[in-house]
Design a protein around this ligand. Sequence first.
Ligand code: ZN
Length: 327
Amino acid sequence: MQASGYCDKNKFDQIPEEWSDEKLDEKTMAPKISSWINEYFDSMKDIIGPALENDLIKICRHIAVHGSVPEYHSFEDRERYDLSKLARKFGGQTKPQQIYLLKSEYEKSGNLWKVFYKNFHMFINAFDLEFTRIILDEMGKSKNAGDLFHINEDNNKIDIELTEPEKEQIKKRDNYTCLCCFKSGKGNRMEIDHIVPVFQGGRADVENSQTLCRECNFQKGKNAINFRINSSPCINPKELYLYQVKGSESQIQTLIRTINMFYHCQAVSEIKYSLRRNGKNYSTWEVELYQGNNPEFLKNKKSELIKYVQEDLSCDHVKDVNIVSVQ
Ligand SMILES: [Zn+2]
């Protein structure tokens, strides 16, 4: 946030204490904020508008909560954090490499990415958006869009759409089942996803497509994740993203999504659980992973996983989760 470099004690005192209240309706701040804009800004020279009001509200809220001005970063500082440069540098790498490189960039000590992006997910999303923007720009400029996309030679159209028969062929091949969370059957709309997104050079064909439910497709986003394979491409997955139960899906389906997304493939062979008290696997669930998915990766997250099952998935009767490889 761009804050004025100085702020004297008197101005601190002008900020009412109730502005630190989390539930404060920001509209109540408006009169005071506009009186300060009149006092301290010049309508001839400064750009006055809702963006300025918003910035001032944020700064005042920060001061009210923390009792100090927000950290100041000069524009020179900010220039060193150019997402566009980063997108050009890492855009061509495979997704797992990108994630690895971006993670080290984000976590490098003393850098400001964390100031601009609250968490790694926001950072990587911004990176993906920026990369998409660059590709779209280049497409607009280039006469040879075919270098980036695959041109259908018959009618010279960019071939990014599958035909209806092709879509049906893919769903049939995948057994009308979401390859990420294993949902299927009536009431579950299945979508066709391009494993490697077209803008990353993936082809709009049957081979590069997979059946996913709406939620899994949404969560996969622009990531190149192949749920048709059962062996993880990750050298060392770090983030375990904990998905919440959506719609009428079961907690087990949600858990399968969480684990398959973690391994970046269809890693789960089966989750053994029992609905009945006294049943085997009632309080100790068993996650069976296909060969090629190191169980240690998930075991390292075990306490997080158990807490997730108990709290987010509302299965507080589960006391332990065993993670094993299929024999
Ligand atoms: Zn799904």
